[in-house]
Design a protein around this ligand. Sequence first.
Ligand SMILES: O=C(O)[C@H](O)CO
Length: 379
Amino acid sequence: MHILIAPNAFKHALDAREVARAIERGLLASKLPCSCECFPIGDGGNGTCALIMEKLQGEIVELVVNDPIGRPISATFGLIQGGQIAVIEMADASGLHLLKSNELDPLRANSYGTGQLVKGALELGVSEVIIGMGGSATTDGGSGILAALGLRFLDEAGQEITELPLGLEKLHRVDRSAMDKRLVDCKLTILCDVTNPLLGELGAARVFGPQKGATPEMVGRLESILTRYAEVIHAETGVSISGIVSGGVAGGASAGLYGVWGAHLVNGIEYFLNLTQFGKSLEKSDLVITAEGSIDSQTLQGKGPYGVAKQAKHLGLPVVGLAGRIPMAITADLSAYFDVLMAIAHGPCSLADALPATSNDLSRVATQIGNLIANTVKR
Ligand SMILES: O=C(O)[C@H](O)CO
């Protein structure tokens, strides 16, 4: 039996590669004679571009850029297709993981460093930029990225606003005249990790602001800033960004880049699986195991395990989903994609106790699955 192991990362516990290895370890320790292929996946968030680079064997370029709160850090981007396409991971320069909890600063954290990476790629003459978005520390609507590319944010008196995103409370208009001219001929594709819109109850500030340190008062201010930002971009470009699907990705950076640069917003996992030719590995497999910290109805909104299961089901393959948390009742929607959905915990425990046990839990459950199949096949 050939088993394809295609998990996402378990946030705060293991990256996708480690998850895959833990499952593989468990299967190989079982009674099931099997071969495994580890195919860790990414849906736009942390680690996605590193996995793309690994699969496509791209060239890595290193640059010193600003982190979300303006400190210099070393970040990388990748070049694929003979240097024609740059692959950038927003979290590399602007990620939440770069800040300690006492450094979170949602009104001032910005995406300027990601813009510096884009500029670095343009310097090398790329004709397309792919940005994996998600896992960001910012709620600046991508104003930092756009500022690094020459967009000027002006107040009513025509003074340039440099403190992003807080200064955008006074935003009156934007000036595109000094923007990098190379953007015109460069395609931008954004791999989106969620479908949330820029504004409103399900928007970037309300849903993701709190995990970036925003208090309820800050969430309100960020929502007003993004509302004003959307109005000003609309006035300048004629493009409405307030309600577009996935406009709330990475603090609204997807929306800002859609409005000003004409970015193509795509489902992160689908794009990832196509780019890395996941289908070829599927064709060789008898069973697929996917996993993520949590698998529930949200997963079906386009998250990693859903993308994997969808393609596997298209070929009629059985799919096992492993997660730290699953719903009490498995709905028909979920069972249409996951033949078996299992929580991996070894007993009732707090998240703090569960996280360090993730690797062992995954291996133990994988061994159980392997043993079950081995015994079933024997009979
Ligand atoms: O970066 C973020 O805000 C979240 O991952 C959603 O995109």
